[in-house]
Design a protein around this ligand. Structure first.
Ligand SMILES: C[S@@+](CC[C@H](N)C(=O)[O-])C[C@H]1O[C@@H](n2cnc3c(N)ncnc32)[C@H](O)[C@@H]1O
Length: 274
């Protein structure tokens, strides 16, 4: 997972190479370490996460192909301590629901809502803005972008999620959103392909027919750094395995928009639920 791993760090930590498992998230996933590792100013300047290129492109496509009434609600499953989905889709949806399995991640998201210190999202906003084709944003533009995203999450909510449950987001049980986003979560949460397919089925219960599913996945890798010294297991997935799982839950994969970044070992796909 080259987008998520700084090779110099993995090499130096080989001596104590412990790989944590899906059941270790609650105790061992550290939101601050994760944000520092991937979203600090230095991390963003050193090499950007591919998500910040793919998601704004999908957002633009949604603006072009969906009427405002068809794209009111967005749910991000496994957002972790990050808010970049709300930043990328701020002009698309009216309400954004961020969800995750780890309470400490949800606490960080709530702190962000209350304007308390978390990470500085300005470097991320600048990359998103560049992908959107805008000029280098002023400080005021960055503040406005973040405030708009914050407002959408205030209108939506911050929720517990477990992809292994039939109602992945219990607080939204029985409710369906227009856009479902999940980035680098399923391959983190699942131990085998059978579980993966079950979790995709569970997630789809939150998406309405005609809605869009946006999935970001690591391809063919076994682990990733969740911080400088912490390594978590990943389910090793080929592109075909992912596509098969999506077809089996009724997503229109034949007409999907897909980016496979071989050098980066990641895939992003946007598909409509039939
Ligand atoms: C690699 S992080 C991705 C975070 C964020 N989506 C991003 O792109 O930076 C994996 C996330 O999956 C979450 N996760 C792990 N097990 C989960 C489960 N059973 N249900 C929902 N989320 C889970 C973790 O808490 C973590 O936030």
């Amino acid at each position: 997972m080259s987008t998520l791993i700084d090779p110099t760090i993995t090499e130096s930590s080989d001596a104590q190479h412990t790989v944590l498992l899906p059941e270790d998230y609650v105790k061992k996933f550290d939101p601050d370490e994760y944000l520092q590792f991937y979203f600090s100013r230095d991390a963003i300047e050193d090499g950007t996460r591919v998500s910040l290129f793919a998601l704004p492109v999908f957002a633009q496509l949604m603006l072009q192909t969906m009427r405002p009434s068809e794209r009111e609600t967005l749910l991000d499953i496994g957002a972790g301590p990050t808010v970049y989905s709300a930043l990328c889709f701020r002009d698309v949806a009216k309400r954004v629901h961020l969800s995750d399995f780890v309470d400490r991640n949800l606490d960080v998201l709530r702190k962000w809502i209350r304007h308390e210190e978390t990470i500085d999202w300005v470097p991320t906003i600048k990359v998103i803005n560049r992908t959107e084709g805008g000029p280098t944003p002023t400080d005021q533009v960055c503040i406005d972008v973040e405030e708009k995203a914050r407002g959408l999450v205030k209108s939506g909510g911050i929720h517990f999620a477990d992809v292994h449950q039939m109602d992945v987001v219990p607080e939204l049980a029985g409710k369906k959103v227009d856009i479902l986003v999940s980035i680098f979560t399923l391959e983190s949460a699942c131990r085998n392909y059978e579980e993966y397919c079950k979790c995709v089925t569970n997630m789809m219960r939150h998406l309405r027919s005609g809605g869009r599913f946006v999935l970001g996945s690591v391809l063919e890798d076994d682990e990733y750094n969740s911080g400088r010294k912490t390594i978590f297991h990943l389910l090793n997935l080929s592109e075909q395995m992912i596509l098969d799982a999506l077809v089996s839950v009724g997503l229109d994969v034949a007409n999907a928009k897909k980016y496979v970044l071989d050098g980066e070992g990641v895939m992003f796909i946007m598909a409509t639920k039939l």
